[in-house]
Design a protein. Sequence first.
Length: 342
Amino acid sequence: MIINLSIVMGDGVWVKYGWELFDYVVDARSASLGNAGTAYNLGSIQSSMVNPSFISYTGNNISMTHQSRFAGMVNSDLFGMQLKSKSRTINLNILYQGISNIPDTRAMLLDWGQDGQFGTNDIGEGNGIVDEGERLDKQKLRYFNQHQFGMHGAFITKIMGVPLGIGFKMLSYSLSDHYALGVGIDIGYNTMIKRSSLGIVIRNFPASGLIWDSGTVEGTRPSVSIGLHHPIDYFERSSVLINTIIKLETSLSNVNVDSQIRYGSLSIDPAYGIEIIYKQNTMIRIGKNSVNDNTGGVGLRWENIGVDYAFINSINSGAIGNHHLISLNLSSDWIISKLSIK
């Protein structure tokens, strides 16, 4: 409500992007399944970022993920841990993304017009575009960095007797000499329908906002994700379990130019994934995310360690846009036992 009033009455604007850090900086298992797990509780710490209602105790309660995008130009890290007390369990995830040495060419143009002489006021002088006879000054090329830090904490509470997951998120954004701070809330719900699971998530409720150092408020409208998960255990005798998941992401901000279903500012983007688990410790995954990228990956599990790898084949950016993610899940009790002095 405060963000809405700030935009209406102050120096604010609604934006399509701003909180996407929490959409694509995920663990490898979620990414390999097209990030379609709105109704699929992976039992990991990062599950609560997909749906805040997925809070369950996990033995491997420390998780680390590294993601490389655009041939290493964009790198992201995700660290998660579980905090447990007698009354409540909280999943805490810390996110980071950095882009270094971004070229800034805005001051390079010697905008002197077609005659190449300053101050003659000929055609093209001072028009802000490169005309015939103009050139660039390489000495004025500069570079800047972009950094984003995020925190997502999720817990379960009851509202009017209904158990809901509340995800509170904070974002710190620095771009060259400018910076912004913001807060947002996600709400998640999950229920069983016979053997299937139905999940609903409202992100950025009622709106999330970034306040820049200039005083500008950038608001992001809410979106709704509805998902379904159904396990197939026909091959249980062979120790094989198949998980099928699908979700529909609905937005009123016309976020994706590649949206498969669009009406005005309303867009609906489907995503799906299939996971094959053998003997509860070996996983093969394929999927397609909401921006139509093909995804896939593998996973291995031991008693105190889990490793996941994901590959995202970007159809819009070519080979340079392909993503690689690797996640490591560890048991804090196991780490402490190994570090203990006997």
